[in-house]
Design a protein around this ligand. Structure first.
Ligand code: FAD
Length: 516
């Protein structure tokens, strides 16, 4: 049995003080708490071979967002009489070393359903149990425990949003007060020989300021999350009337949605607190929208995907994933690179991809447009390749939600109307006929007349010359003709669906090869 008396609070996501049951439990009945964050160099340090600044797994914007969030957490902990301990290394090895060296009887961390954390946590939990250290790992990243919903459904995840809503009902904690304020955290104990550092700066991690031409406008941290939440909720009418499909994906000055996703991803904002605040607004208005389109409905989409992902082996792959249609996607790296590097020649698509690189965030329908274009709409590139690009560059990159939405957009699961394709020309034009969004993110097209801004290759040479943008020289020609490519994609999707039906989903590599 452990002879320790303190607690180790292991932060990973859940980078907040409010509604943090693991931190609360760690602080209770003890005189010492070690609040720890482990920097995994693989996740944080520059990869010189990556296609854009950042590490192998994360773009520079998300790394900066995380550092902001850690600095904010450290500052909040200091106000409570503690501080954040930062260590570098492979997380399970660092944890085990700390459990060995420090005076610890309780190990507390937020439960995480991502496969990466499931594997890591099992290792650490096994070690702690063998050492007689109590482990407390509550569910606080999501509104529901996905395992409970799956159990209610006879051991299988519900595969539609409506079925999920029926099973989920109102969360059990919904009307109880959440711990919003924590008045103090016991001080840090003796750290032995561990080399504790401060929250590093980007420079200390090996990045140069000039690595990125423009940083995301969104700064990380709990303080910013709560400020943003208050700001979003202050307009009660807006909250009450929120209807996701009606938002404008081209809005870049006054955004159509909350942009709370990166804060929810890192747990700077508790989804439960967000949910309760929304319910409070609803109580004080005459009428409000409902799921799936309301703001509460958005949080429930998150829960839906968390539940399905947790109950579906190989959720992040086509092969071996029972809920995923087997489709003969191509591996055309040239087309993939054109999409990733905003060189498709379709300004609407390219502007969104520039926003992804510069901001790490785009509106949901903008994500729809580019995901559809890459996969079943035009290029027929494998959704896993697009998923990887989003996973690295989004500041809200979330293993579950990202995979879930790529499955959806590629018509591989959840949504099957592959004949409904987003036009890379008319979809954006509907919201932004003047093309202001394109002019902002693709300044090379800023002087293109509005008649041509969505299809600049159709502009006469004299117009291109006047706009100082010659198509094929200053801005690319379209990589495919949308009319031809989308017809071809629909045909291939039809054949693949028929094959999946005929073979009852048990489609081999050989079967797919015949369709290519
Ligand atoms: P709001 O509309 O203000 O919604 C509030 C919250 O609800 C969001 O912050 C988010 O946590 C949740 N939410 C909203 N829409 C969805 C949805 N469709 N699925 C699940 N949860 C949702 N979202 C991520 O958080 N991380 C991702 O990695 C991610 N990848 C995506 C990939 C693709 C291809 C697509 C089409 C969508 C993806 N989304 C992802 C979902 C969605 O686009 C974002 O959650 C949303 O745009 C975030 O902006 P917001 O916070 O202003 O959303």
């Amino acid at each position: 049995m452990s002879s320790g008396s303190g607690s180790l609070m292991w932060f990973r996501k859940g980078l907040r003080i409010h509604d943090n049951p693991a931190l609360e439990y760690a602080s209770r009945g003890t005189t010492r708490v070690y609040p720890l964050f482990v920097i995994d160099p693989h996740y944080m340090e520059p990869d010189p071979n990556a296609f854009s600044p950042g590490s192998t797994r994360a773009g520079i914007n998300r790394i900066r967002f995380l550092l902001d969030s850690l600095a904010d957490l450290d500052s909040s902990l200091k106000k409570l009489g503690s501080r954040l301990l930062v260590l570098k290394g492979e997380p399970s090895q660092v944890l085990i070393r700390c459990l060995n060296e420090w005076d610890v009887k309780k190990l507390c961390f937020e439960y995480d359903t991502d496969p990466y954390y499931q594997a890591l946590d099992n290792k650490v939990k096994n070690y702690a149990s063998a050492a007689g250290i109590e482990v407390f790992s509550p569910v606080s990243h999501t509104l529901f425990n996905p395992a409970d919903i799956i159990e209610k459904n006879g051991g299988r995840p519900p595969l539609t949003y409506q079925a999920f809503l029926k099973l989920a009902g109102e969360p059990s904690w919904a009307s109880s007060p959440l711990s919003v304020e924590l008045s103090s955290v016991p001080p840090v104990g003796d750290v032995g020989t561990c080399e504790i550092s401060q929250v590093p700066t980007l420079k200390e991690l090996g990045y140069e300021e000039e690595d990125q031409d423009e940083f995301t406008p969104f700064r990380g941290g709990e303080s910013e999350a709560l400020r943003r939440l208050r700001e979003s909720l202050s307009d009660k009418e807006w909250v009450a009337n929120f209807e996701k499909p009606k938002g404008d994906p081209s809005a870049y000055k006054k955004l159509a949605t909350t942009v709370l996703s990166p804060y929810l991803k890192f747990g700077c904002l508790s989804s439960r607190y967000f949910y309760q605040c929304l319910k409070d607004v609803y109580k004080n208005v005459k009428r409000h929208t409902s799921p799936p389109v309301s703001l509460v409905g958005q949080l429930l989409w998150r829960e839906f995907f968390y539940t399905v992902a947790f109950g579906t082996p190989n959720f992040d792959k086509m092969k071996g994933n029972k809920i995923c249609k087997q489709i003969p996607w191509n591996d055309d790296d040239k087309l993939l690179a054109a999409w990733r590097e905003a060189r498709t020649g379709y300004p609407w698509i390219d502007a969104i991809m520039v926003q992804l690189r510069k901001w790490g965030w785009m509106h949901h329908l903008a994500r729809h447009s580019v995901a559809c274009f890459l996969t079943r709409g035009d290029l027929f590139v494998h959704w896993e390749k697009g998923r990887d690009v989003f996973e690295r560059l989004l500041i809200d990159s979330d293993w579950t939600i990202n995979n879930g939405n790529w499955l959806w957009l590629s018509c591989s699961s959840f949504f099957y109307q592959y004949n409904r394709i987003y036009s890379p020309i008319s979809f954006g034009k509907k919201y932004d006929p003047n093309g202001n969004y394109i002019r902002h993110f693709l300044p090379i097209l800023k002087d293109m007349p509005k008649e041509y801004i969505y299809e600049p290759w159709t502009a006469p040479l004299s117009v291109q010359t006047k706009a100082k943008c010659i198509i094929g020289r200053d801005y690319p020609k379209p990589v495919v003709s949308h009319d031809t490519a989308s017809k071809e994609c629909k045909k291939k999707m039809g054949e693949a669906y028929a094959l999946n039906q005929r073979l009852n989903g048990v489609v081999s590599e050989e079967d797919l090869r015949k369709l290519r």
